[in-house]
Design a binder for this molecule. Sequence first.
Ligand SMILES: [Zn+2]
Length: 331
Amino acid sequence: MARLTPFPKCLPVREFSINQKLELYNTMILTILKYGAGTVQLNDQQYHKIELIHLKALRDILRTRSTTINDAVLSETRMLPIKAMFEKEKLQLFGNLFSLDKKRLVRKLFLSSKIVKIDLNEILSNYSLESSWKKYINGKMTPLQWKSLVNETIDKIELVRIKDSLSKTIKCPELAEINLRILTNEQCYDNHQSSRVPNYMDLSNNVAEFIFKLKAGSLPLEVETQRYLNVPRENRICKICNTGQVEDIFHFCFVCPSLKEERDDLMSLFERADEMSHLDLYRSLFCSSTNFHNSSLTLHELWKKRNILLFTKSPGIDTHSARSSRLHPID
Ligand SMILES: [Zn+2]
């Protein structure tokens, strides 16, 4: 754990993209957190403690607030929860041990240990892998096939769980829907084999952080910031225009007349934007690989304009939005 302390110092370094920070985290920190994962016996409380460190680091990398739901953080960073990682390591280690020469002491110890057997059976049942394990120990599967089956199964089960969790998010139903699509839509990711994170994470830090918050529904718009003040949703009105509408993500991106000039630039990127449904507009913003870079930058321009207007048009009415945001007001 001692090596965990220097890492947060490099998190605020603006020269690193989010992708680079995630790679650093993977190689420098996660390997320590997962050290001995295959053999160690932990209870739920201990898993939870490590999970907190894991999620805290991921939130710091994304520079998002603690209210962003855990599954949004995990899905954006393509990370598994700690317990799933440990169980994956264990199943792969058990597979390796079983494939060793029958005379090896370590294999004999593995097969004779009651604790390991209980652990193995529990994890196999968690992922419904009992019959596959039987196939493996009966020689009907190679160690490599077992390893990739474990990888695929745990990743798939986690994906289903995250989809379910995101679909229940109440912050922004359209975003939840589009996030689900993004999870399974290859178009939204770089073709680069080692990179399985959304392509916006290679944008500059400010823009990447902004896009993450927008997608996760945690951008400090009135709909979000006034939630903390217990203001009813219908009263979380946009303060930079006089439409009297709630300032939610859709209003900010596609409606607010005060941002018309910047929005025209945004809409010019899409064909027939007027005829698109809400969902199609979100999809165009977040899933179109051709427009993604430009639309992200233009959306960020909208955000900067919105914050300038909030401070110049409505001084003193509310600075909570800006204060509560980790983004600089005109960031
Ligand atoms: Zn407005």
